[in-house]
Design a protein around this ligand. Structure first.
Ligand code: PEP
Ligand code: MG
Length: 329
């Protein structure tokens, strides 16, 4: 039997007011989508497709095609994607298309047959460079078929896509042409984003703008490439820091260049999950979305609401917080 004090200890559920900067969540494993859908995230800012391959498909896409089972790719991929899109609906979900490195692809069944040996595969055959390559393009088209199936057959039109690791403007053109020719056309109801994770993406953002609806900053790769630190090398790990001023300036530049053409900017790298104060810098710089790990959603939502209030107050009182030149960044 319950004592009086026990019944009084029931705490009202915390409510989260909407924030101007949307707080999204990064999600890998589709099996966790239902559980995490109860978090107060405004959507999924990064759903890594590689998790679906490793949890459900296990086989290299080119191996499956060669074995005569391309439909297996589409069915299993669309199953995994739809779990997430359904759990989150109507909130938006951004699926990032495959970004395995060759060493990771080699771990999939049949993978060693198709993958080059690359001593520095973080800088190798990954992301967009595969999608138009005659060796991979048929597998890429299956990835797009799965997206179409989820959107058209399952009716989950909250699903959008993101292209990882685009090195050049020409690659952006080639890949977005393929996507459009496969029947996935950008519009109010379907967005195509790109990762901003290579310095060229930042420097040439004014040229990348025409191909996408917006960017998501991959601060893991971006910091690696701006600072020249292999993100997996322990020897230089002390030098790897997403908060370095060079990275911050790159982020500020991107946001300005993207906003000039009405493109949105999000971030899905680890920086705001690891360093909550980094989110303040991002808000101050005008970011539209931050996407954090599930365990950081509530804290980030609280921080964002608090910091936005502080900015409003400072504006009202004439305090200098709103002037970014007052800060190191
Ligand atoms: C990043 O580079 O910050 C990112 C989110 O992508 P990944 O870590 O999967 O390379
Ligand atoms: Mg990356």
């Amino acid at each position: 039997k319950k004592s009086g004090s026990e019944s009084q200890s029931v705490v009202a559920a915390e409510t989260f007011a909407p924030t101007a900067t949307r707080v999204m969540m990064n999600l890998g494993d589709p099996e966790l989508a239902d559980k995490y859908s109860t978090l107060p995230a405004d959507g999924i800012g990064l759903m890594r497709e590689e998790f679906i391959w490793t949890s459900y498909i296990h086989e290299h896409p080119l191996y499956l095609i060669e074995q005569g089972h391309p439909e297996k790719v589409v069915d299993m991929l669309s199953d995994g994607i739809s779990k997430v899109a359904r759990a989150m609906s109507p909130r938006p979900v951004v699926l990032r298309l495959s970004d395995f490195k060759s060493s990771e692809y080699r771990n999939l069944k049949g993978g060693d047959k198709y993958e080059p040996h690359e001593p520095a595969d973080l800088l190798g055959w990954r992301g967009a460079s595969r999608y138009y390559d005659p060796k991979y393009i048929n597998a890429f088209k299956l990835e797009l078929e799965a997206v179409k199936k989820v959107r058209n057959e399952y009716g989950l039109t909250n699903l959008n896509i993101m292209i990882p690791f685009i090195r050049t403007v020409d690659e952006a053109r080639k890949v977005t042409d393929i996507i459009r020719n496969q029947g996935l056309v950008r519009g109010a109801d379907f967005k195509i984003y790109m990762m901003a994770e290579i310095p060229s993406n930042i420097i040439l953002a004014d040229q990348f703008n025409q191909f996408v609806d917006g960017y998501s900053i991959g601060s893991n790769d971006l910091s690696m490439l701006i600072l020249g630190c292999d993100r997996n090398n322990d020897t230089v790990a002390p030098l790897f820091d997403e908060r370095n001023l060079a990275v911050k300036r790159a982020i500020r530049h991107l946001i300005k260049a993207a906003h000039k053409d009405g493109r949105t900017v999000s971030i899905c790298g680890q920086a705001p999950s690891e360093y909550p104060e980094f989110t303040n810098f991002l808000i101050q710089s005008g970011i539209d979305y931050v996407s954090v790990n599930p365990d950081m959603v509530k804290e980030t939502k609280r921080n964002v609401a608090h910091f936005e209030q502080r900015i409003m107050l400072d504006k009202a009182t004439g305090n200098g917080l709103q002037d970014p030149t007052n800060y190191e960044w």
